[in-house]
Design a protein around this ligand. Structure first.
Ligand SMILES: Cc1cc2nc3c(=O)[nH]c(=O)nc-3n(C[C@H](O)[C@H](O)[C@H](O)COP(=O)(O)O)c2cc1C
Length: 179
């Protein structure tokens, strides 16, 4: 069935690039996502889609808070590689980045960031490999200048690959999914 799908069309869906952060007691962590979406404006709610294998997933589920940093085109591959291809189970990522503590105690990464948002969990939806977390925004701040990093910019200019735990990863059509 899946072989009949034209996976190339999935490449036409546009995304940005973000760091999603959370905490668990004294531990802090964060990961790259392309899946941040404003869900409602009144009240302001945002959703993020996180792989159930990721450490960040467990932290959000347990603490009920998450942060979002909107990345600019200035973010280099070294930064994206740390947050997007390595797990907090093996490395303390936040020890290698600038971040501030938000109102909920959640870390908010300010490196290469145009703005930060902080959310308290409103709903979770188990969608198989991933969970959709929707949160009420409790703080939002612009912090930098520049242009937002898009998924297309990441693929075309940084020659970045699609990570295995990203929802856009396809083992069947990796060549098609990568621009
Ligand atoms: C460009 C890019 C986009 C990604 N998008 C997502 C995403 O939307 N959701 C997700 O769960 N993982 C995504 N990932 C993969 C996670 O960032 C990666 O699995 C990370 O190592 C998880 O870290 P953790 O175990 O410390 O939470 C993406 C990675 C990259 C490089």
């Amino acid at each position: 069935m899946t072989e009949e799908l034209d996976y190339k069309v999935f490449n036409e869906v546009s995304y940005g690039l973000y760091v999603v952060t959370s905490k668990l007691e004294e531990r802090m962590n964060g990961q790259i996502v392309n899946t941040v979406l404003q869900v409602t404006s009144d009240p302001p709610r945002f959703g993020v889609i996180i792989n159930q294998k990721n450490l960040t997933h467990d932290f959000i589920l347990e603490s009920g808070v998450f942060g979002v940093s909107i990345l600019s085109q200035a973010a280099p591959m070294t930064f994206i590689g740390l947050f997007g291809f390595r797990s907090g189970r093996d490395v303390d990522k936040l020890a290698q980045a600038k971040w501030i503590e938000g109102r909920t105690g959640c870390p908010l990464v300010i490196d290469f960031s145009l703005g930060i948002m902080e959310a308290k969990l409103f709903r979770t939806m188990d969608v198989g490999t991933h969970t959709i977390f929707v949160g009420d925004i409790v703080d939002a701040r612009a912090i930098g200048d520049g242009r937002p990093m898009t998924y297309e910019y990441y693929h075309v200019h940084l020659k970045g690959k699609t990570a295995k735990n990203a929802p856009t990863y396809s083992p069947i059509a990796q060549k098609s999914i990568q621009v």
